[in-house]
Design a protein around this ligand. Structure first.
Ligand SMILES: [Zn+2]
Length: 737
């Protein structure tokens, strides 16, 4: 046995031994009970962060523990295409080459991103492997694999047939100058001065920077606790307008800042994000007044056809003439969103979107948690889930992103002449317009081949099909919300609907993930699992806390406090990092990165190594009287006591792990090995005359302790085992009863 434990040499070697023996390849064994976990897929294009390490450590503990208990375990790895995030990274890469996504047609752009991700995804995979997790890489899945796309398409088709899908307006960041939408991350926020207009609104005065959108107002809002206006809430007011009078409801909603302007705001759900959300909460009408061309539309009466700037000027003049403009504050500073591409003002606009009706879809997913068919740990997180499910409204599932699963809806250009298309013509010029106009100038195939995006009206006719229908059909350019496809994760990773794996390993056992995605992801997996198979996809959910920086703040690049876990692996070893994080978890709460603990567990690994060396030294000089459980002849009361403590350790660790109290479990085994065995019992063994008997007990206690410690610190325990024992790898041994 080497004098010192060197994790840099041992960890990769042991990892290789597990791999070569196929230890973690899932096997269908009808004589065993399955225990299955699917790994929440990290971004294929990303880097390992501390949250991943915590997730890997927890899931690995469960897998090793259950495997040693005799279950047929399977832990399926995968990576995520991370739709929008990846597209943004790719665009930065394009920018370095002096290009942008607007230089490509949709299909070419997709292929470029695909290649880019393939080149990069090896990084995260090898980083995951360096943590020693018992994943079955023969069953690896990427979220854009054909099998995933096929399953998602089948589900969508079924939902359409069952009347669960409809099209309705949804608010997006639209740039009329670029003719496209931008995701929140693609916006720049600039501070500038614009006039703030105080307009008379029935009994109120409202302040706004956008008087030209008043034709789209469908309510006015006040803060529910604002004493000045409380009596008006729920009542209707009449507002003298420029295009006839408006009747508007007064709503009370906490999104209103009572200190802004007069504390009364107009609500324009079609052209403001906050107003849109308020509109959904209060079931307000959505009235669009600005078209995709950036001009005021027919809902503005005499102002139709004016640009937003012209319209604003004219509206202000007309309001002043009618005496409805109370005052103008020319010194108002505010933040506006502009597109990253050209710095143009973003026009929040409602565009037709695909929606899923959730009322019947979500109910069973709420019921299984309430009746404990699916148990959530820590228990106090259950409230988040229940509340979210109760409040969940219909789900908008389309995204204006190329990098994702394209919605399989096809529009006939003859039947839908008003579709707006943007495409690159043969000269690579970017053309935007109504398809019925463009088709006079360009051939259908030129439009289709160069297609970048399309916007089909709400009532457009479409065919849902994986294959292209015959005729002049354009496919929807929106992709599914990633949660729509990742909601299928436990199904697609196991070969739903008909594979042997699926029949044996589904439903899975535990879903372990960060608490911040319980609403987006966990709920969707339960919904799809029940919808497609009648069974929830897992019986237990464990939600780990967020790993914060050493100073307790959230890690962020701008604060410069991001911890690279690989630095710690290299300095202290994967075992030490894993154990440090586990014992710092506070059983599911957020916690600061426990640097001191990582150091302490590096020391612990060295301590274990030295203990093993001491035992080996004794074994060289003494005949071991092997100790067998239950055979208490010849042993002393102190021997009996340490064996008793070992039994309570096993009981305690099992009990804690069953309750997902990883921190408690890791503390128990640490205390036992260091304080009970090393500090006390070994010292006692040194004093014994009957060394062989004492050594037998020590060896038994130590190797049993190694088994219990193995799921937590797999490398050092496996390395020690191979020096002391001859019966295979430690991970192949049975968990102590
Ligand atoms: Zn723009």
């Amino acid at each position: 046995m080497e004098k010192k434990y060197d994790h840099k040499i041992q960890e990769p070697e042991i990892q290789k031994k597990w791999e070569e023996k196929g230890i973690f390849t899932g096997k269908i064994d009808k004589n065993k009970k399955p225990f299955t976990i699917v790994l929440p897929p990290p971004n294929a294009n990303g880097k390992l962060h501390t949250g991943h390490v915590l997730m890997l450590a927890i899931e690995d503990i469960l897998i090793r523990w259950k495997k040693m208990q005799g279950y047929s375990t399977l832990w399926v790895p995968g990576t995520d295409h991370a739709g929008f995030e990846t597209q943004v990274v790719f665009e930065r890469h394009l920018k370095e080459k002096g290009k942008s996504r607007f230089d490509y047609d949709r299909d070419s752009l997709y292929k470029e991103i695909w290649d880019f991700v393939q080149e990069n995804k090896g990084v995260i995979e090898s980083q995951i492997k360096s943590m020693g997790p018992g994943l079955d890489w023969t069953r690896y899945t990427f979220t854009l694999d054909d099998k995933v796309v096929d399953t998602v398409y089948e589900t969508f088709q079924r939902m359409v047939e069952e009347g669960m899908v409809y099209r309705d307006d949804y608010i997006v960041n639209y740039c009329p100058k670029c003719g496209t939408t931008f995701a929140d991350l693609e916006l720049r926020h600039v501070t500038r001065k614009d006039p703030l207009y105080y307009m008379k609104y029935g009994p109120f005065v409202v302040a706004t920077t956008r008087p030209e959108t008043k034709f789209g107002d469908t309510a006015v809002a006040v803060h529910p606790n604002d004493e000045r206006y409380k009596e008006y809430i729920g009542k209707e007011i009449e507002v003298e307008g420029l295009n006839g009078n408006l009747k508007l409801k007064v709503i009370g909603d906490t999104f209103v800042d009572p200190k802004f302007g007069t504390g009364v705001v107009k609500v324009t759900p079609a052209h403001d994000k906050n107003d849109y959300e308020a509109g959904r909460r209060h079931s307000l009408e959505i009235k669009s007044v600005i078209g995709l061309d950036g001009k005021l539309n027919e809902n503005t009466g005499p102002y139709v056809g004016l640009s937003v700037e012209e319209g604003r000027k004219k509206v202000v003049e007309d309001l002043q003439r009618k005496g409805l403009m109370i005052k103008i504050d020319y010194d108002y500073e505010h933040t506006v969103s502009v597109c990253y591409k050209g710095g143009h003002d973003i026009e929040p606009t409602v565009l037709p979107n695909w929606f899923i009706k959730v009322e019947n879809f979500k109910k069973p997913a709420l019921d299984v948690v309430i009746n404990k068919e699916v148990k959530i740990y820590p228990r106090w997180r259950e409230i988040t889930y229940v509340k979210w499910m109760e409040e969940m409204r219909d789900w908008p599932i389309s995204r204006q992103v190329v990098w994702g699963i394209r919605i399989p809806a096809w529009y006939s250009v003859e039947e839908n002449p008003s579709i707006q298309v943007t495409f690159l013509n043969k000269k690579k010029e970017r053309i935007t317009g109504k398809v019925s106009d463009l088709i006079k100038k360009y051939s259908f195939s030129e439009i289709e081949e160069g297609l970048q995006s399309l916007i089909a009206p709400k009532n457009a006719k479409s065919i849902i099909s994986k294959a292209r229908p015959n005729g002049n059909y354009l496919q929807e350019t929106d992709t599914f919300d990633t949660w729509f496809s990742s909601g299928h994760w436990p199904l697609v990773t196991l070969g739903y609907p008909n594979s042997d794996d699926f029949h044996y390993f589904y439903p899975t056992s535990v879903m372990e993930t960060g608490w911040e995605i319980i609403r987006f992801w966990v709920s969707r997996m339960i919904m799809f699992g029940i919808y497609l198979t009648g069974k929830p996809p897992f019986s237990d959910v464990y939600l780990h806390g967020l790993v914060r920086a050493i100073d307790g703040k959230k890690m962020s690049k701008s604060l410069g406090n991001v911890i690279d876990p690989l630095d710690y692996v290299s300095e202290y070893g994967a075992d030490a990092l894993r154990m440090g994080l586990i014992s710092g978890t506070a059983n599911g709460k957020d916690f600061a990165f426990p640097r001191d603990k990582v150091v302490a567990y590096r020391n612990f690994a060295n301590k274990l190594w030295n203990m093993a060396r001491f035992i080996l030294l004794l074994m060289e000089n003494n005949e071991v009287v092997e100790y067998k459980e239950g055979n208490d002849k010849n042993i002393t009361d102190v021997d009996k006591e340490i064996i008793q403590k070992l039994r309570s350790l096993i009981y305690g660790v099992n009990n804690s792990l069953e309750k997902f109290r990883f921190s408690d479990a890791s503390d128990l085994i640490y205390q036992f090995m260091w304080h009970e065995v090393a500090d006390n019992y070994i010292e006692y063994v040194k004093t014994r005359e009957d060394k062989g008997v004492a050594l037998g007990v020590l060896k038994y206690v130590f190797t049993t302790g190694l088994k219990v410690l193995h799921p937590f610190m797999p490398f050092v325990t496996e390395a020690i085992w191979s020096n002391i024992e001859t019966n295979g790898l430690l991970i192949e041994n049975r968990w102590p009863e």
